[in-house]
Design a protein around this ligand. Structure first.
Ligand code: SF4
Ligand code: SF4
Length: 448
C-alpha cells in the first residue's frame, strides 16, 4: 500500500468513524464494518438495510407510498427466517425495520432479538400507536427477576399519566407467555418515531386525530424506561419549517436522542392516491429540488443546535451548497417481493438476492448528475436513502470534509434547548382527511 493510499484510507477511516452522533460502541461497530469493506476493495456494499416485514399499517398517511404501492399484498408478510436471512445476506450493520407498521408484525419481538443477536444496530420505525403496549409487555417480563425495579417504574409511569392503574395491575401479573421475547431497552436499539410536525400538522398528515398525542406519551414512557428514542420527519411543500424547529425544541426537552429529517419524495403511488382519494394535486404537496433547498436553508444551524443524525456533507447538499450523486445501493430495501430495485422509493424490479440487486441494476441510469436527472423520476429526489451514503462513505469527498465530519460528530452532543416549555405542541386537532374538528388549540392543550 503506497503512502498516499494509506493517507486516503486513514482519512476515510476517520470520516467513517465519525459517521453519526451515535454512542461510541455503535460508531465503532459501523466504522469497523466500513473500514473492512474499504480495505477489501468492495465497491458497493450495504450500510443500512430497510427491512419491511409487512406493508400492513393501522394508519393511512397522506404521503405514504408503501401502503399504496403494495396495496394488493397488504396481508402478506415475510417469515422470520427470511427477515433474519436478509440481514445476514447483505450484512449491513444497521437494520431499519419499517413497513407498514412493524409493531403489527407478529414476530417483531423475535425479529428484534434475532437482529440484536446478530450484533446489528436496530431501528424500529413506528407510528408509535402500539409502542406503550410493547413497553408494558417488556416491563411485565421483568416482574419475576426485578420486582423492585418494576414497582419503581410503575410508580413513575402512573404518576406521569402514562399507564393506568389497570395497566399497572396487568403488568404486576407478569407476562402472559413467559417464553415469548419482549422488546427491552438496549444501547443497540432505537425506537424511531414518525413525527411530521406538532399536533395539528402531524394528525393532518397521518389522517387521524390523537396520533401526535400518543407519540408524545410513548416517547415519555420510553425515556422513563431507559429506551433510546429517535424521531424521523419528512418535509413536504406545506411544512412550516418554523414549526419543525419548535418541534425539535420540544422533543429535545423530552430527552429524544436524535432526529432524522428528509425531504418528501413524490412516490408515483402516493401521487395517484392523492388525486383519486383526496382530490389533492401532488404538485401542491411534494417538494421540487429548488423548494427542498429553500426549505433546508437553516439545516446547518439546526445541526449545531439539535442532535440531527447525518453528516454535514449531506446537510450542505440539502441546503444547496454542493452537489452529490445517488448511492442507493448502500441502503437497500428488502420486502415480501424481494430486494427492491433501484431504491426504497422507486420500483423497477424485485430481485431474489442482494447480490443480484447489485449486479442487475443499471446504477448509471439513476440519480441526478450535474443537475441533470438520468431518470426523470429522480429529478426532485434528494432523500436520505439515496444521498446520505454518498456523503458518509466519502464518495465525492472534497478537501476539508473529513475534519468537518470529525468535528461535527465528536463535538459535544447538543444539549436540550430549554425552549420546549414555550412550545404549544398541542396546537389543535384535525380528523378525517384533514378537516378541522373545530376543537381549539387551548382545549387540546388542556386535554394533554
Ligand atoms: S405510519 Fe408509516 S407505513 Fe403507516 S401509513 Fe403512515 S407512513 Fe405509511
Ligand atoms: S435519486 Fe436515487 S434514491 Fe432518489 S429516486 Fe433516484 S435512484 Fe432512488
Amino acid at each position: 500500500m503506497s503512502f498516499d493510499t494509506s493517507v486516503d484510507t486513514l482519512a476515510n477511516v476517520i470520516t467513517i468513524v465519525a459517521l453519526m452522533r451515535f454512542p461510541l460502541p455503535l460508531t465503532t461497530k459501523i466504522a469497523g464494518y466500513m473500514i473492512a469493506q474499504k480495505l477489501r476493495g468492495t465497491k458497493k456494499f450495504a450500510t443500512v438495510l430497510q427491512l419491511e416485514p409487512l406493508h400492513t399499517c393501522n394508519l393511512t398517511c397522506t404521503g405514504c407510498g408503501r401502503i399504496r404501492e403494495y396495496s394488493t399484498s397488504l396481508k402478506d408478510m415475510m417469515s422470520l427466517e427470511d427477515c433474519l436471512g436478509a440481514a445476514e445476506e447483505c450484512n449491513a450493520p444497521m437494520i431499519s425495520i419499517c413497513g407498514g407498521e412493524p409493531l403489527i408484525y407478529p414476530h417483531i419481538e423475535a425479529l428484534v432479538k434475532g437482529l440484536l443477536e446478530q450484533k446489528r444496530i436496530v431501528y424500529i420505525c413506528t407510528n408509535a400507536m402500539f409502542m406503550r403496549k410493547k413497553m408494558r409487555e417488556w416491563l411485565a417480563s421483568r416482574v419475576s427477576t426485578q420486582k423492585e425495579f418494576v414497582e419503581s417504574k410503575i410508580t413513575a409511569l402512573v404518576q406521569a399519566g402514562l399507564i393506568s392503574e389497570k395497566d399497572a395491575t396487568e403488568i404486576r401479573k407478569g407476562p402472559k407467555d413467559p417464553a415469548k421475547p419482549t422488546i427491552g431497552p438496549s444501547t443497540w436499539m432505537y425506537w424511531n418515531v414518525h413525527l411530521d410536525g406538532l399536533e395539528r400538522i402531524h394528525d393532518l398528515i397521518v389522517e387521524r386525530e390523537g396520533v401526535f398525542k400518543e407519540c408524545i406519551l410513548a416517547i415519555k414512557m420510553a425515556k422513563i424506561l431507559g429506551y433510546q428514542v429517535a424521531t424521523n420527519t419528512t418535509i413536504y411543500k406545506e411544512t412550516d419549517m418554523q414549526e419543525v424547529e419548535q418541534m425539535f425544541d420540544y422533543l429535545s426537552d423530552l430527552g429524544v436522542d436524535g432526529h432524522t429529517i428528509s425531504p418528501g419524495y413524490e412516490y408515483d403511488a402516493a401521487k395517484k392516491d392523492m388525486v383519486k382519494r383526496l382530490n389533492l394535486q401532488p404538485e401542491n404537496f411534494f417538494l421540487t429540488r429548488k423548494m427542498t433547498i429553500e426549505k433546508f436553508q437553516k439545516i446547518e444551524e439546526w445541526m449545531q443546535r439539535y442532535n440531527l443524525f447525518g453528516t454535514p456533507v449531506y446537510f450542505e447538499f440539502l441546503a444547496g451548497k454542493r452537489d452529490l450523486t445517488c448511492s442507493a445501493w448502500a441502503i437497500p430495501t428488502r420486502n415480501i417481493r424481494g430486494w427492491k430495485g433501484p431504491c426504497y422509493l422507486m420500483t423497477d424490479a424485485h430481485y431474489s438476492s442482494y447480490a443480484e440487486l447489485l449486479e442487475k441494476t443499471q446504477w448509471e441510469r439513476y440519480g441526478v448528475v450535474n443537475g441533470v436527472a438520468r431518470d426523470s423520476r429522480c429529478e426532485n429526489c434528494m432523500v436520505h436513502c439515496g444521498y446520505e451514503p454518498t456523503a458518509s462513505l466519502g464518495l465525492q469527498a472534497q478537501r476539508g470534509d473529513t475534519w468537518k465530519t470529525v468535528k461535527f460528530n465528536f463535538g459535544p452532543k447538543p444539549k436540550p434547548t430549554g425552549l420546549g416549555s414555550e412550545v404549544l405542541a398541542f396546537n389543535g386537532v384535525t380528523s378525517g382527511n384533514g378537516h378541522l374538528t373545530g376543537k381549539r388549540a387551548e382545549a387540546s392543550a388542556q386535554a394533554s
